[in-house]
Design a protein around this ligand. Structure first.
Ligand code: NAD
Ligand code: 13P
Length: 356
């Protein structure tokens, strides 16, 4: 019986937490699952303390730059060649920051095995002149393979610590979704199947904008009532925007772990929140810093998705004359670009809501 070979494209914090779960499952040798033990993980090669990061990972089974302190498993092999990573893979997991996904897809054209299937863990979208493109749509279009999504309240370090977390697999192809569920599910990581892949991916993308608003609220020193206002209004706008772009998106997706679950987790414990809080404090103290500086300083190589996503979504809102329908998204975008002071994160939302 043929066994499924697995490749991970990405090696950041979430990619490592995810590959660690997959590596535990492929080694379990459940006869019903049929995965080969080894997982190839494509690593964007860089120097780490004078050595190649791939060599360090393969020697120590740990990614000390992006996911320190966690054993990934001796069956994870870091490879610097993306072609080698996918060459014989039947199941391809994409988990690179969204800004790199277009060039990754272009590099992989004609390189993936016919009949392979993919899943994207990336949160974000691309804006082209002809309109928005979700990452799963990009994979499907460029590589000609099915692509599901895995989305949820999945802060990487908590999953590395094996704390209870939930995710959905948003799918079009049920067979492939069930296979990926077997690959990811662990006792501490509950996976359910959701036949609304677009809704799930839109949730994962848009919550990163709202998380910036939550960070601004924290940076202003405001309490949980104010943050709850941002989270609630954020969810309203996430749903409205998703349905305006993709009318088939389902309402109940926003109540799932990929919707309100991820939104709450990210607005309390995510990197977008952390950096936006620091940015706001710097603004308020009269010694402003840029998001780029704070991202480099606080995340040390990890990548923020929210600032890019806010600008990408705003481009769509502007082009369609929808800005006034999305007062929170628009306010956050103006704040992070320096066109409104941070305190407007609450003032502007409140005045818009009262007018509505
Ligand atoms: P990360 O932010 O921790 O790390 C950044 C990664 O980008 C590194 O692997 C680095 O090697 C890579 N990189 C840098 N320059 C590159 C280039 N030019 N081309 C390709 N790769 C390059 O990564 P992550 O946390 O795994 O995030 C990947 C996706 O997963 C993002 O969309 C993120 O929103 C999503 N996500 C993250 C978490 C989390 O807790 N970290 C949780 C859920 C979802
Ligand atoms: P951050 O990128 O803000 O840390 O969000 C992580 C995440 O998506 C958790 O589900």
């Amino acid at each position: 019986l043929a066994r499924y070979r697995v490749a991970m494209i990405g090696s950041g914090a979430w990619a490592c937490a995810a590959v660690r779960m997959m590596a535990q499952n492929t080694l379990a040798h459940d006869p019903a699952d049929n995965f080969t033990d080894e997982i190839k993980m494509w690593v964007y090669e860089e120097e780490y303390e004078g050595r190649k990061l791939t060599e360090v990972i393969n020697e120590t089974h740990e990614n000390p730059k992006y996911f320190p302190g966690f054993d990934l498993g001796s069956n994870v092999r870091a490879v610097p060649s993306i072609d080698e990573a996918v060459a014989d893979a039947d199941l391809i997991v994409f988990c690179a920051p969204h800004q790199f996904m277009h060039s990754i897809c272009k590099q992989l054209i004609g390189k993936v095995k016919p009949g392979a299937s993919a899943i994207s863990l990336t949160k974000g979208m691309r804006v082209r002149p002809e309109g928005p493109q979700l990452i799963s749509q990009m994979v499907r279009r460029n590589l000609g393979i099915d692509c599901a999504v895995l989305m949820g309240a999945n802060i990487a370090t908590d999953i590395g610590r094996e704390q209870l977390s939930e995710a959905v697999i948003g799918y079009d192809n049920l067979d492939s979704a069930e296979r990926f569920k077997k690959l990811f599910e662990r006792p501490y990581f509950r996976v359910s199947l959701l036949p609304d892949p677009v809704g799930a991916e839109m949730c994962g993308t848009l919550k990163n904008i709202v998380a910036l608003g939550a960070g601004v609220v924290d940076g202003l020193g405001l309490g949980p009532n104010s943050k709850a206002t941002i989270i609630r209004q954020g969810l309203v706008e996430m749903r409205a925007f998703s349905k305006a772009l993709y009318p088939s998106v389902r309402d109940d997706t926003f109540l799932d772990c990929c919707g309100v679950g991820d939104l709450v987790a990210t607005c309390y414990g995510g990197r977008n929140r952390l950096v936006a809080e620091a940015w706001t404090r710097a603004q308020m103290s009269g010694t402003p810093r840029t998001f780029e500086e704070l991202e480099a300083e606080l995340l040390r190589g990890q990548k923020l998705q929210g600032v890019l996503t806010s600008n990408e979504v705003q481009e769509i809102l502007r082009a369609r004359c929808w800005e006034s329908n999305y007062p929170l998204f628009t306010t956050i975008n103006r704040i992070i670009n320096g066109h409104l002071p941070p305190k407007f994160v609450v003032d502007y939302v409140v005045s818009e809501l009262m007018r509505g």
